[in-house]
Ligand binder design. Structure first.
Ligand code: THU
Length: 162
């Protein structure tokens, strides 16, 4: 067998918030409001998330930490898991994830690897892409039309679920 290089590329758009459709701006506003409910005394890094479901409902999340550090949970995962628990079978259309934190990179909020994996599986379960809107403190919003876009060479153990 000869060696080869596997390449991966993804497309993320950057748009000023003011140019987004109203539905996106509403979702971002909900995520910024949710960030106020972050409990992040240890990291001081606040994250807010808002998931818009296909029925128009919006489900919020904010990161919650614990003095036993690994027990904390990311904001977007709380939103996605809450949507699954409270609205089973209702697809998620879009998730806005934001950080107003002064220690966040001001022009980009990128979700952690664990949350990307969770968002990816939600997409796979519902057989429909989840639009991601990512914003820190700048006016610019990063947009990915699918979580899969952010998970190169994703974990995929096909026998696990059977
Ligand atoms: N955090 C999130 O809520 N989402 C991410 O995608 C990255 C990290 C939280 C976890 C922890 O409370 C704090 O930010 C610092 O890592």
């Amino acid at each position: 067998m000869s060696s080869k290089t596997l390449n991966y590329s993804c497309t993320i758009e950057q748009t000023p918030a003011a140019e987004l459709p109203q539905t996106d701006r509403d979702l971002l506003a909900a995520a910024h409001k949710a960030a106020l409910q972050a409990y992040a005394p240890y990291s001081k890094f606040q994250v807010g998330a808002a998931a818009r479901l296909e029925n128009g409902q919006i489900v919020l999340g904010a990161n919650q930490e614990n003095m036993s550090y690994p027990q904390g949970m990311c904001g977007e995962r709380i939103a996605v898991f809450t949507a699954g628990a409270q609205h089973p079978g209702v697809a998620i259309e879009a998730v806005a994830i934001v950080s107003p934190s002064p220690i966040a990179n001001p022009n980009a909020f990128m979700p952690c690897g664990g949350c990307r994996q969770v968002l990816l599986e939600s997409e796979q379960r519902q057989s429909g892409a989840i639009r991601l809107l990512l914003q820190a403190r700048d006016e610019a919003v990063l947009i990915s039309e699918s979580a899969a876009n952010l998970v190169p060479f994703a974990f995929d153990a096909q026998g696990l679920g059977s």
